[in-house]
Design a binder for this molecule. Structure first.
Ligand code: NDP
Ligand code: A1CAB
Length: 264
C-alpha cells in the first residue's frame, strides 16, 4: 500500500480523495493535513476514514506521494518549506496557474512533479482531468499517478502550455455549466414547478445532452437535430447568437487565464 499525504483538506483535496476511496480504496493509505483548521480535519476523518495530522512534516519523509491542494498563492512558500524533506516522493499539485516549471524550481534537482487539473466531479469519479508531467517523473511514478487519476474519472496528458490554456475549459467551466443550470432552474420554477422538480428537469436534460455528446456526435449536428428549421429552438438560438454568447464564453475563458497568471 502506498502512502499518500495531502497538504490541504479543502474542497479539491476532498473531491479527489473521495473519488480515490470509491475506486482504489486498497491501494493507498491516505493522510490529510491542512493549515490549522482542526475542525475541518476532524470532519474529513469522520467522513472518509482517513488519517489526519496537523503537522505534515511528520509524514512527508515516509510518504510515497505528496498531493498539494492549497491555494495557488500559498504554494511556492510551501514548496520551499517542503524541499529539505524530499527524497524520491512524487509531488503533484492541483493549483491553477502553477505549472511544472514552478513546481520543480524550489525543489531539489531531480524531484518528480506533476501538475494535475481535475474538477469537482472528482468527488463522484467523473472529473475530466488534465495533467502535465515534470521532466523527472519515471514510468512507475506516472503509473501511480494514473492509478490515482483513474479513481476520479478520465485523464488526458497535455503539455504545460496547453494546461494553462485549458484550465478554464475543464477546471472552471463546470461552474459555467452550473450557472446555466441555475438560470434554467429559476425559469422552470417561475412556471409553478417546485424547486426539486425544476432541478430534476434541468439536471436530466444536461445529463442526457452530455451523454449524446460523449457518444461522439458533434455539437453542431446535435444542435441541428434539436433545432427544427424555422422552429422555436432556432428562434432561441438566434437570440443567444445575437447577444454574443460565443464572445461571452471567450471572454470568460480569457478572464480565467489572466487571473491564473496573477499568481506570479
Ligand atoms: N475548486 C475547484 O474546482 C478546483 C480547485 N483547484 C485548485 O485546488 C486548490 C485548492 O482549492 P480548493 O480546494 O477549492 O480550496 P479550499 O479553500 O477549499 O482549500 C484550501 C486548503 O488548503 C489549506 N491551506 C491553505 N494554505 C495552506 C498552507 N500554507 N499550508 C497547508 N495548507 C494550507 C487550507 O487549510 P485550512 O483547512 O486549515 O484552511 C485548506 O484545507 C487551489 O490551488 C485551486 O486552484 C483545481 C481545480 C479545480
Ligand atoms: O476557481 C479557481 O481558481 C479554481 C481553478 C479551477 C477551478 N477552480
Amino acid at each position: 500500500m502506498q502512502k499518500l499525504l495531502t497538504i490541504g483538506a479543502g474542497r479539491m483535496a476532498q473531491a479527489v480523495i473521495s473519488g480515490i476511496l470509491q475506486q482504489e480504496q486498497d491501494r493507498f493509505h491516505i493522510v490529510m493535513s491542512n493549515r490549522g483548521n482542526v475542525a475541518r480535519l476532524e470532519q474529513v476523518k469522520n467522513k472518509y476514514g482517513v488519517e489526519i495530522t496537523t503537522n505534515w512534516k511528520d509524514h512527508v519523509t515516509n510518504a510515497d506521494i505528496l498531493f498539494l491542494a492549497v491555494p495557488p498563492s500559498q504554494q511556492q512558500s510551501l514548496l520551499h518549506e517542503m524541499s529539505p524533506y524530499l527524497t524520491n516522493q512524487l509531488v503533484f499539485s492541483v493549483a491553477a496557474g502553477v505549472g511544472v516549471r514552478e513546481l520543480e524550481a524550489p525543489l531539489p534537482e531531480g524531484a518528480a512533479v506533476a501538475w494535475v487539473m481535475p474538477n469537482t466531479a472528482a468527488e463522484i469519479g467523473q472529473s475530466m482531468t488534465l495533467y502535465a508531467l515534470g521532466q523527472h517523473v519515471n514510468e512507475i511514478q506516472e503509473k501511480t499517478l494514473l492509478t490515482i487519476l483513474k479513481g476520479i474519472g478520465p485523464a488526458q496528458r497535455v503539455t504545460e502550455e496547453q494546461l494553462h490554456a485549458l484550465t478554464p475549459v475543464t477546471g472552471s467551466a463546470p461552474a459555467f455549466m452550473y450557472y446555466v443550470a441555475e438560470v434554467l432552474t429559476r425559469l422552470a420554477r417561475g412556471k409553478g414547478v417546485d424547486e426539486a422538480v425544476a432541478q430534476q428537469l434541468v439536471s436530466q436534460m444536461i445529463l442526457g445532452s452530455a451523454r449524446m455528446l460523449s457518444s461522439g456526435q458533434k455539437p453542431k449536428d446535435l444542435i441541428d437535430q434539436v433545432a427544427t428549421p424555422g422552429g422555436s429552438t432556432a428562434a432561441g438560438l438566434k437570440v443567444l447568437q445575437t447577444e454574443d454568447l460565443d464572445g461571452m464564453f471567450e471572454r470568460a475563458v480569457q478572464a480565467c487565464v489572466e487571473k491564473n497568471k496573477e499568481v506570479y
